[in-house]
Design a binder for this molecule. Structure first.
Ligand code: AMP
Length: 193
């Protein structure tokens, strides 16, 4: 199994690259942000709870997020591997993910962070907000809050996997093809061991 974490701040291109990687490596893409947006759209209790956090740029509590993620992984027993996008965002989530994958006997192969500067992120997300209508993408204050949450609460996850010698960083600025090519080079090297 090839289990990857696509890491990086909001707006760094994780979703775009995940879609390409799914095709190349035949993986199941799990984006917790997409899962939450689906729950909100279908007005489930989980969606209602998550919305209050998402709209103000805060993280949804670990217990809610981890439960949802576990269900999604368990729903794909046939998977040849997963791309985790937007998860884990806290150390507790990383520990829960490692425990889940340990049960399956297939740990995380690599965490790859896409590096993009703050001002570029703000511009990208504002543009996405116009196109997608996402509420959390339309307010600059909320966007900057999400960048801060990433720096404070989520970057420790990079260090967590770095201790396992699994963390890598690539430049998240350039054409989609250039970034995809850097990702594939890294993943192929990790698979080859
Ligand atoms: P994203 O689409 O990944 O940028 O996620 C949008 C929002 O969903 C985030 O700003 C958080 O409020 C929430 N969210 C997504 N993934 C997680 C996670 N792993 N842990 C907590 N909150 C999350």
């Amino acid at each position: 199994m090839i289990n990857l974490i696509l890491f990086g701040p909001p707006g760094s291109g994780k979703g775009t690259q995940a879609a390409n990687l799914v095709e190349r490596y035949h993986l199941v893409h799990i984006s917790t942000g997409d899962l939450f947006r689906h729950e909100i759209k279908t007005e489930t209790p989980l969606g209602l709870e998550a919305k209050s956090y998402i709209d103000r740029g805060a993280l949804v509590p670990d217990s809610v997020t981890i439960g949802m993620l576990n269900n999604k992984v368990d729903a794909h027993p046939e998977a040849q591997g997963f791309i985790f996008d937007g998860f884990p965002r806290t150390i507790a989530q990383a520990e829960a993910l490692d425990a889940l994958l340990k049960e399956k006997g297939s740990p995380i192969l690599a965490l790859i962070a896409l590096q993009v500067g703050d001002e570029e992120i703000v511009e990208r997300i504002k543009k996405r907000g116009i196109e997608s209508g996402r509420v959390d993408d339309q307010n600059e204050e909320v966007i900057r809050k999400r960048i801060n949450v990433y720096k404070q609460e989520t970057t420790p996850v990079y260090d967590y996997y770095n201790l396992q010698h699994k963390s890598h960083t690539i430049k998240g600025v350039g054409t989609v093809e250039e970034i995809f090519s850097s990702l594939c080079t890294l993943i192929d090297a990790a698979v080859a061991g």
